[in-house]
Design a protein around this ligand. Structure first.
Ligand code: ACO
Length: 361
């Protein structure tokens, strides 16, 4: 048995390759370096979907805009009880209202859903009415506009595009595996995406960036970093934004996102000094983790600079996991289609280690 299925190969995929030794990510034949900062999210979605849906339009943007307008009707019935849930749970509950299916229309509604529902939930938490989508805007620009009520500057929508593309797919991570298991039963894309959201929200996966902000805020200034980190590790806590199951070197997504925060900083959108402070905390964390686990390479993962980028884009930390889902939903759907196209029911074995029955069978 492999604990945590480490090193177990459970699928062939054309979607992405994660090279954990070299720190390289390839998404459908393109390196992350080529894609991040140069590709609109809707174009990346089209690339991921290519060959897995019939009659895929050359430009997905108009159909995706229409899908945002379509799913917005669910927001009208926003149940006040949803506000007692965490924001990702509320977004998941709204997504669960969408019909199941396997076609492109279902897929586009599911791509639209996290953007539309996250904005509505964030605004409801702030006591504000939802903002209807503008189907003519890009997905990233509309996602920001539906939260703030204002069309964002190009630098901001470009930064969100960079983020969504960077996290769109990443091999057989926990949420994608969950989505593939569900798809393998032929349950439908909505069911697969709901499973993906559920796996993503855990703090060891997509729930990490919110706590990164808490860590930075508690540390407050670089001089406090070492003592804070040592105390956290002495308590047995894990440092959020560090370590990875596959990468033994720096996660390439960390640098793609750090570059995006820097570009925003030039547009005077980030908090002054925030990047330099985060770099100081990162350097202290890496040095201490080396002493703490000399035999386990622990480096910066995607979540550390995710936190900085989403903060600079004015997303509240309580919504960070929802924003992760806005990007990763593309990968979940593409993998689900790939699983159905060529894969059998996923049904592994377990080894029984419980007591034997008193009466022999
Ligand atoms: N801080 C402190 N110690 C750590 C960290 C960390 N961030 N990550 C791993 N370790 C330690 C573990 O405590 C463990 O020590 P032990 O052998 O004494 O028990 C050892 O390193 C190996 O850790 P595992 O749990 O076996 O590694 P695994 O591959 O299962 O974990 C994971 C990967 C879950 C990402 C882990 O590094 C972690 O918890 N990181 C913090 C949470 C985080 O940032 N998650 C986001 C990951 S990226 C993503 O999912 C999008």
């Amino acid at each position: 048995m492999s604990d945590g299925l480490e090193d177990v190969v459970a699928a062939n995929t054309v979607m992405s390759e994660v090279d954990g030794q070299r720190g390289v990510l390839i998404i459908r034949g393109h390196s992350l370096d080529e894609l991040a900062g140069a590709t609109r999210f809707e174009d990346l979605v089209r690339t991921l979907f290519d060959g897995f849906f019939e009659a895929l339009p050359a430009d997905l943007a108009p159909a995706l805009g229409a899908a945002r307008a379509e799913v917005f009707s669910e927001v009208a019935a926003l149940d006040p009880g949803l506000l007692d849930l965490t924001q990702v749970e509320a977004m998941r509950a709204l997504t669960a209202r969408l019909p199941d299916g396997d076609d492109l229309a279902t897929a586009l509604r599911l791509i639209a859903a996290p953007a539309v529902f996250t904005a509505a939930v964030v605004r409801a938490h702030q006591g504000q009415a939802p903002v209807a989508p503008d189907p003519a805007l890009s997905h990233a620009a509309d996602a920001l506009r539906m939260i703030s009520g204002r069309v964002p500057a190009k630098a901001q929508s470009d930064a969100l595009d960079t983020y969504l593309v960077t996290v769109s797919d990443h091999g057989l991570n926990a949420s994608t595996f969950a989505a593939r298991v569900i798809a393998s039963t032929r349950a439908g894309l909505t069911s697969a995406v709901l499973g993906g959201i559920s796996a993503l929200k855990g703090p060891l996966h997509g729930g990490a960036p919110g706590p990164v902000i808490e860590m930075l805020d508690e540390i407050g200034e670089p001089a406090n970093a070492r003592a804070w980190i040592e105390q956290a590790l002495a308590r047995g806590d894990r440092l959020m934004g560090f370590g990875h199951r596959v990468y033994r070197v720096r996660d390439p997504r960390a640098d793609a996102l750090k570059a995006a925060v820097r570009r925003l900083d030039d547009g005077s959108n980030a908090r002054p000094g925030r990047i330099a402070f985060a770099e100081a905390v990162e350097a202290a964390a890496l040095a201490i983790l080396k002493e703490h686990k000399p035999n386990r390479p622990l480096d910066t993962n995607v979540e550390f600079y995710t936190a900085l980028l989403l903060e600079a884009l004015d997303f509240p930390p309580s919504a960070f996991t929802c924003v992760f889902a806005m990007g990763r939903v593309a990968g979940w759907i593409a993998h689900a289609r790939e699983q159905v196209a060529g894969g059998r029911l996923i049904r592994p074995q377990s080894v029984y280690v419980g007591p034997a029955p008193l009466k022999a069978a």
